[in-house]
Ligand binder design. Structure first.
Ligand SMILES: [Zn+2]
Length: 401
């Protein structure tokens, strides 16, 4: 019943700094005002003004070939160069304080990272801003960048961004004809070209699951969650793929593929679970220091998967026995994947199937009530600033005894 498993690209959010910079010293941040202007349907002009002359900006890890194919550096004598740990913009003629690039819509994505932009069928498009800037080098030393973003458009349209744009870097900004529609306590945009069966499903699932998380985790998000579901590239492939990313109280999902046009109960279950999983990440991350651990990803991934199924059942969207069905399925799957190896070894090999399956299996088999356990983990991470860990799980269990 879960044969679509491999078709889904579950997004794994890495909330720590994924980019290991070999800098001499980190000094006080350099400020930059960055103006992003939607200049044509699939195009943006990005203007940078730095508070002091810099030699280079390290824009981050490679995002497939996004920057090579969809960036055009309009300021003369600049180059985008590849480093072992990422990509860097440099001036060939010395320092610079201003820079202009033209960015085009790019729908491909790396497995474990966000899509650069999400296209809607009505001309709307959401741009992921974090790929556009990074740390800078000035006088030979590395500085954090303190960006201040501003959005403009030359088209007759709305611009929707998130209040967290200037304190959390990873935010999508939407340019297009839609306005956010309040659904329960969620702000929602569903692509007008979303197949009807999916639109109906999402309109039900998103507000109900959000309500369950708020109630059962005993926690409302620090700002209303924004959910954007795009289907502008739905005809681009024959089968289907779904890419989702949750960060900073914002969730953007990209639905691609003609396979989504035909409804099926099996696909519907898969897609409902997927969106509820990504929504669980919103609650897991909305804490001091982001909650999610790079060392023990099975906790937040397995936790999100278990919370998703439990919330769908609690919202009466799914039959009661679904949690047990998934529990049996994932436990077997976890055992099959691990064989003689440990989960830690599988994680080190980058086996994400093991992360989800064994993570879910852990929470399903735990004696603790799932929502109470996660309510504890989330508030504990928020108070301590620590990431979710086995130690935190043990603290909860010890407290329960
Ligand atoms: Zn996930």
């Amino acid at each position: 019943m879960f044969k679509y498993w491999v078709n889904f690209l579950l997004f794994i959010l890495i909330s720590y700094n994924p980019f290991n910079l070999s800098a001499k010293t980190a000094l006080e941040p350099v400020s930059a005002s960055i103006t992003i202007t939607h200049s044509a349907s699939d195009e943006w002009l990005v203007d940078y003004r730095f508070s002091k002359p810099i030699e280079a900006m390290i824009v981050g890890p490679k995002v497939v070939d996004y920057r090579q194919t969809s960036w055009q550096i309009l300021t003369p004598n600049f180059a985008l160069i590849q480093l072992d740990d990422g990509e860097k913009l440099i001036s060939k003629t010395g320092t610079f304080s201003n820079l202009r690039i033209k960015v085009s819509h790019y729908s491909d994505f790396a497995m474990d990272d966000y899509a650069p932009s999400a296209k809607f069928s009505d001309g709307g498009v959401a741009l992921y801003t974090e790929f556009l800037f990074g740390d800078v080098v000035a006088a030979g030393l590395l500085h954090k960048l303190n960006p201040s973003l501003e959005f403009k458009t030359k088209l007759n349209e709305h611009i929707i961004t998130h209040a967290k744009i200037n304190d959390g870097r990873g935010v999508y900004t939407y340019f297009g004809p839609q306005k956010m529609k309040r659904s329960g306590d969620v702000d929602l945009i569903v692509d007008p070209n979303m197949p009807k069966w999916l639109e109906d499903s999402f309109n039900k699932v998103v507000p109900l699951v959000s309500k369950i998380y708020s109630q059962r985790l005993n926690r409302t998000l620090t700002s209303p969650p924004q959910v954007m579901l795009s289907a502008g590239d739905i005809d681009s492939i024959d089968s289907f793929s779904v890419k989702g990313g949750a960060k900073n109280n914002q969730l953007v999902m990209i639905y691609k593929g003609k396979g989504l046009l035909e409804p099926s109960a099996e696909k519907q279950h898969m897609l409902e679970r997927l969106i509820a999983h990504e929504m669980a990440h919103l609650w897991q991350q909305d804490v001091h220091n982001g909650g999610m651990s790079a060392e023990e990803p099975w906790i937040h991934e397995g936790g999100a998967e278990a919370l998703a199924v439990a919330a769908l059942v609690a919202a009466n969207l799914w039959e009661k026995d679904y949690f047990e069905k998934y529990s049996r399925y994932y436990t077997k799957r976890c055992n099959d994947i691990l064989g003689e190896q440990t989960l830690k070894a599988k994680i080190e090999q980058g086996n994400w199937d093991a992360v989800y399956a064994c993570g879910f299996s852990y929470f399903a088999q735990s004696d603790a009530e799932l929502f109470e356990l996660w309510s504890y983990l989330i508030s504990s991470a928020d108070h301590s600033g620590k990431h979710f860990s086995s130690e935190m799980l043990e603290q909860f269990l010890a407290k329960e005894k």
